[in-house]
Design a protein around this ligand. Sequence first.
Ligand SMILES: NC(=O)c1ccc[n+]([C@@H]2O[C@H](COP(=O)([O-])OP(=O)(O)OC[C@H]3O[C@@H](n4cnc5c(N)ncnc54)[C@H](OP(=O)(O)O)[C@@H]3O)[C@@H](O)[C@H]2O)c1
Length: 252
Amino acid sequence: MEPIVDLQGKRILIVGASSGIGRAVAVLAAEVGAQCVLAARNEEKLAAVCREIGERACYRRMDLSHPECVEAVIEETVEESGPFDGAVYSAGVGTTLPLKNTTYAKIKEILDVNFFGYVEMIRVLSKKKYHNSGLSIVGISSAASLFGSKGKTAYCASKAAMDAASRSMAVELGEKHIRINTVRPSWVKTEMYESWKEQLAMSEYAQSRMKRQYLGIAEPEDIANAVVFLLSDAAKHMTGTSVSVDGGSTSC
Ligand SMILES: NC(=O)c1ccc[n+]([C@@H]2O[C@H](COP(=O)([O-])OP(=O)(O)OC[C@H]3O[C@@H](n4cnc5c(N)ncnc54)[C@H](OP(=O)(O)O)[C@@H]3O)[C@@H](O)[C@H]2O)c1
C-alpha cells in the first residue's frame, strides 16, 4: 500500500529550520522523500541540520529582521535548482515585552520576523515562476493567537495576524491552486520554550494554562507530523484553516 504522506519529488522551503520545530519538519520532510531548502540566520546550525539529513538538504542564510531579503533568496534558489512545491514558515521570536515597553519600534521588530516575513514569503512564492502546481504553505502560528498573556501583546498579535492573513491569502490564491494553512502549537520543547521556562515557573497564570495542556509538553516532532501532512497531497482539500496541535490546551 502507498504511504498516505509522501513528499517524494517535492521541493520544500523551510524557513526557521536551524532549530526546534523547523528542524524537526526538515528532518521528517526529507525522510518522506522531499528535497529541502533550509533557511535561517545561524549558518553553523543550518549546516549541522543539513549534515544530519544528508543529500536531501541544502541551506540559505536568511535574516527576517529584513523581510525584504526573502525575494532575493527565493529567486537565487529557484534559479539554481527549480521551483518549490511547498514551504513552511517556522521562524519566530517569543519575546516577552511589558506593555510599557511595547513601542512601535519594538512591535515592528517582533512582527518583522513573526509576521511580515511570512506574508512576504507567500507573496513571493505565489509568483508563477517560483512554484509548481499545487503549492502548499504552512505557517507555524501558536495557541497564543487565541489567548492573552502578560507581556505578550506583540507576540499574540503576530500569531493572530498569521492565522487571519492565512485565511485571506488562501481565498485569494485558491484559484491558483495554492493552499495555505497554519498549525497552532502550544508549549513545545525547543530553545524558545527553554527561554520562557523561568518566567513560566514564576507565573501562576502560565502554570494554570500549562495544566490545561493535559497531554504534556510537545516534542517538536509532534508538530512536524501535522506540518508534513499539510504539505502532502493527502491534505489536498485543506486550505485556509488552522490546525491546533496543542496537547488539548484549547479544549478546556
Ligand atoms: N516552542 C513553543 O512552545 C512554541 C509554541 C507555539 C508556537 N511556537 C512557534 O513555533 C515557531 C518555531 O519556534 P521554536 O519553538 O522551534 O523555537 P526555536 O527553536 O527558537 O526556533 C526559532 C527559529 O526561528 C529562526 N529565527 C529567529 N529569528 C530569525 C530571524 N531574524 N531571521 C531568520 N530566522 C530567524 C531561528 O533561526 P536563527 O536563530 O538561526 O535565525 C530558528 O530557526 C515560532 O514561530 C514560535 O513562535 C513555538
